[in-house]
Design a protein around this ligand. Sequence first.
Ligand code: ACM
Ligand code: ZN
Length: 748
Amino acid sequence: MQKIFLIFIFITFFATMLSGKNEMNVFDQLIPLPKEIQPGTGTFKINKTTKIIADQRAKLAAELLASELQNRFGILLSLETAPSTTPSEKNCIYFEWRVDLTQEEQHRLEITSNRVTIQAGSLSGFFMAVHTLRQMLPLKGNRIVLPAVAIHDWPDFHWRGMLWDVGRHFFTKDEVKKYIQLLSYYKINKLHWHLTEDQGWRIEIKKYPKLTEIGAWRIEQNGTRYGGFYTQDEIREVVQFAQAHGIEIIPEIEMPGHATAALAAYPEISCTGGPFEVANSWGVFDDVYCAGKEKTFTFLENVLDEVLALFPGVYVHIGGDECPKTRWSQCPDCQQHIKANNLRDEAELQSYFIRRIETYLNSKARRLIGWDEILEGGLAPNATVQVWRDWNYAVEAIKQGHDVIMSPTSHCYFDASPERLTLENVYTFYPVPPELPDSSIKHILGGEFNLWSESIFNLEDLNYRVFPRALAMTENLWNGKTKAPYTEFLKRAKNHYPILRAQKVNPGPEGPVYSVQYAVTKDAYQVLIEEKQPGLAYHFTLDGSKPTQTSPKIQAHQLTFSTAKALRIQPFQDSAPYGPETGISSGFVNHKARGANVTFINSVNPKYPGTGPNNLTDGIRGSLNFHDGFWQGIEGQDLIATVELNQVETIERISLGMLHTPNAWIFFPTMVIFEISEDGQNYSLLGTVLNEFSYRENKSLIHSFTLQTKPVEARYLRITARNIMMNPSWHRSPDGLSWLFFDELVVE
Ligand code: ACM
Ligand code: ZN
């Protein structure tokens, strides 16, 4: 394994000498790195008269090369079918079918001053050679000069995928096509398209129009309507585009869980009959497809019939993860089904469900993939298991003779911020559990990186999470244990930043970049940036507009201001946005207690410290997102806080902002008690505000518990918010301790 890398070092050195010091060596930008590269002498120039001569079986790959040359350089090469013997022509790009290159994706790419020869024994091999050529094309200018080289290459793992959740946030057909182009460029050959979720059904099914009339749309917590879906024509267009790039799309139709959007449209295939609304919060929901009703299976088979007609690949993903058994255990139909089929429990009912769907798919010559939960209650006989929770599930599935795709949360959940899952972490990934014998490695098909989209709202959010980490993942899966050391990979990856930026894709950070501290005084807000990566420029706005490179720059890592509509800060690297924005959009509020000291009787939970001890009086309100860093939380206790104002103040109005998010075990208090004092010892009651909301309100709300009073003078305040202590009886976890979340204490 060392040897190949040493050869690489040697040839890069050699090739760098040949190409001259100032010119970047094209082999320094190949990702994944080909296994065998032998630089030659001379160059091949592609011009208008260059012909592409391709074996019929390489046609799609040859067309991709032709269209890339046309799109990037405006030259339209003639594309001819290869004769049965090697053509004698020079100045051509020749795709030659070779029976001796037996492995899928294996190929040779030879560039001499006379011609380019691509040899493979599979269409996938031709595609991979074309992707290598695409990476060797110059970024700028219109002179297409390729250095002479002989490359022989093949991947260690043939399944190199990206999961894209378009359920939580929807992405358009054109955005998906843009990504297909990008992924194929890096030899990522599978797009796992997660098309159905609790929060949205995204694929038109002609037999069940309500799936998209109702299921594709949700009412967000702020009251706006959100959604979208792909028509079948659009799906066909995307599938064809993927085929033209050598990518297979694996559709995922989730079952039996994560089905709220479908149940909102067709409640009769649930256990309770509904009604349901398309979910507008994240999590795992109790209402799932009823496993005891025949009409559920009729529905799913009809849906799958239309899905299979759209997606020609062999594999279909049916989810199978995170299916609570709460409803099944109460449902007469499900219980009857357990009895009638001699099943032991609800886990076996899930297994029955998946097996039945697998039988259906197998009867149509398709293969089922499911998340590792499909091991529960017994694996369906031919299923491929996608592992996400624990590597042991891979070992278990392989022991039972099944194939496995690896996307463990430890390395593959790219929805995690680059600060938490760094590029270097990702680069340590090797998809084979260490305890697996070599004879079983063939069952590890490869891996996927997953983009769950709860916090991915648009393409910019996606871009910085996918890149550069996808480059590490494709390298991991292509070269496995023979890959280059991280520092060498990082250099190559950085060579791709300008390439990506030229395609309007801003790669994100490789790891932690900075942290922000907020401080507040009676008169001003102060922002301090602590740099973890030098050389970035921080531009900001205070009026709510998007920061650009022409927005003012934070000087010396410090910013002070007295008021703002919103604070938005964007780091830039090499004139391009670098990673996510940070800032405060939920609102600044100036008031008489701003900057005052707060003391708590019951401690704030360290997981939710807000902006610090004086979060309650920091002049910044929390948003509907309890994780936004501006809320403090206390679990299973009352909030009792005293506040020392900066001076004696006249008070006419006092309010305490509270959050209610039952999914996260956060509930409004039953009441808020306001007391005042002159000396901080003896308090008198100013007033009590009772909660007016129903505890059954199962959505996120912010409410200010507000007391209006005749003017009084005080130096000290005491605030008590009474916790309901336990989650209500209807809650998914009725025995759980409930939380109070509070911010901001506004004194006027
Ligand atoms: C998953 O992340 N629930 C597969
Ligand atoms: Zn049921």
